[in-house]
Design a protein around this ligand. Structure first.
Ligand code: ATP
Ligand code: MG
Length: 306
C-alpha cells in the first residue's frame, strides 16, 4: 500500500529544552487505521500536532499526500481533519454554526445535506440548534468529531477521542470510525484504552519517551510477541511441584489445584507435548485444561517497561 503520510527523522525540542520527539520516521498507509499507544508524556500529541501543522518541528520532514506540511501547508492541511485531545469550543455558538463554519474555513461551500448526515451519524442532529454550553461532555466530544469531518478530509487524526465517553457511546464512535475507513479515509488515533486498539487498528505504533519503539501489523504483533498460558485443573491438589516436572514458566497455584504454564508461542512448539508426557509419567492427572493468549495490553506493558 502506498503511504499517504511520510514522516522522516522528525525531532522536537520545546522551548523549555524538553525533547518530546527524537528522530521519528514513519509511513502511514493509505486507508489504514493506525493506533498510537504510549504512556502519558510519550510524545503522541506532539507528533500529531506537528503533522497537522499546529506545532513547529525542530528538524525532519513531513509530507501529506506528497505535499510538504510546511512549504505547502494549505494543500496538506486541507486533506486532514483533527479531533484534538483538549476540548476547546466556543460555548456561545450553536452546534450547526460550529460545523458549518469549520467547513467554510477550509474553503468548502456549505453543503447542508452533508452536514445533516454527519450530525445524524454522530447522534447530534436533535441538538443542532443548541448552544454548545448546553451539551454534555460526551456530546462535546462528538461535536469535535463532527467539526473535524465537516470539510470531508481524507485523513482523520483522533487524539484520545473517547476519554470521558461512556461505553455505549464509545462503541458508537468506533462504528463511525469503521464506516469512515470503509469510505477510504485514513485514520490515526491515540488511545489509552488498549482494547480499543486491539479491536480497531490495522497497525499499532508504540511511542515511549519521544521514540517510536515499534510499529507493526497488529495481528503479526500479537502472534509474534504473544505469550500463551496453559492452565490445568488438577484432579488432586499437589503439595509441591514434583522435581520431574520442574521447568521455566511452570507454577503451581490456587493451593496446588492448578498448574499454570506460560510459554512463548514461537519457540516452543513441542513443549506442551513434553509437559503432558511428563505429567503422565509423574502420575499427575487433570480434570480440565484451557489456554489463553496474551493481550495487546500485556505486550504493550512489557515493551514500555523494558
Ligand atoms: N507546549 C509545550 N511546551 C513544553 N513542553 C511540552 C509542550 N507540550 C508538550 N510538552 C512536553 O512534551 C512531552 C510530550 O508531550 P505530549 O503531549 O506529546 O505527550 P502525549 O504522549 O500526548 O501524552 P498524553 O498521553 O498524556 O496525552 C511531555 O513531557 C510534555 O510535558
Ligand atoms: Mg496527548
Amino acid at each position: 500500500m502506498p503511504s499517504v503520510i511520510s514522516v522522516q527523522n522528525l525531532s522536537k525540542t520545546y522551548a523549555s529544552g524538553l525533547k518530546a520527539l527524537d528522530d521519528v520516521s514513519l509511513e502511514i498507509e493509505r486507508g489504514e487505521i493506525l493506533a498510537l499507544l504510549g504512556p502519558n508524556g510519550a510524545g503522541k500529541t506532539t507528533l500529531i500536532s506537528i503533522i497537522c501543522g499546529i506545532v513547529t518541528k525542530s528538524s525532519g520532514s513531513v509530507t501529506v499526500d506528497g505535499h510538504d506540511n510546511v512549504t505547502d501547508f494549505r494543500a496538506a492541511r486541507k486533506l486532514i481533519g483533527l479531533v484534538p485531545q483538549e476540548l476547546h469550543l466556543s460555548i456561545f455558538e450553536t452546534v450547526w454554526d460550529t460545523v458549518a463554519f469549520s467547513r467554510n474555513l477550509y474553503g468548502r461551500e456549505t453543503n447542508a445535506a452533508y452536514l445533516e448526515e454527519l450530525l445524524k451519524k454522530l447522534s447530534l442532529w436533535d441538538k443542532k440548534d443548541q448552544k454548545i454550553m448546553a451539551l454534555s461532555g460526551g456530546m462535546k466530544r462528538r461535536l469535535l468529531i463532527a467539526k473535524a469531518l465537516a470539510h470531508e478530509p481524507r485523513i482523520l487524526f483522533l487524539d484520545e477521542p473517547t476519554a470521558g465517553v461512556d461505553v455505549a457511546l464509545r462503541q458508537d464512535l468506533w462504528n463511525v470510525v469503521r464506516a469512515l475507513r470503509d469510505t477510504g479515509v485514513t485514520i490515526i488515533l491515540t488511545t489509552h484504552y488498549i482494547e480499543e486498539a486491539e479491536d480497531l487498528a490495522d497497525r499499532v505504533g508504540v511511542i515511549n519517551q519521544g521514540k517510536l519503539i515499534l510499529i507493526e501489523d497488529k495481528k503479526a504483533l500479537m502472534r509474534k510477541m504473544g505469550q500463551k498460558r496453559l492452565t490445568l485443573e488438577l484432579a488432586k491438589p499437589l503439595a509441591k511441584l514434583p522435581k520431574a516436572l520442574a521447568r521455566n514458566g511452570l507454577a503451581l497455584l490456587d493451593g496446588g489445584r492448578e498448574l499454570h504454564y506460560s510459554y512463548d508461542v514461537r519457540s516452543s512448539k513441542d513443549s506442551i507435548a513434553k509437559l503432558l508426557a511428563d505429567l503422565a509419567k509423574a502420575n499427575v492427572t487433570f480434570n480440565d485444561l484451557h489456554t489463553e493468549q496474551s493481550s495487546l495490553e500485556d505486550i504493550f506493558l512489557g515493551l514500555v517497561k523494558q
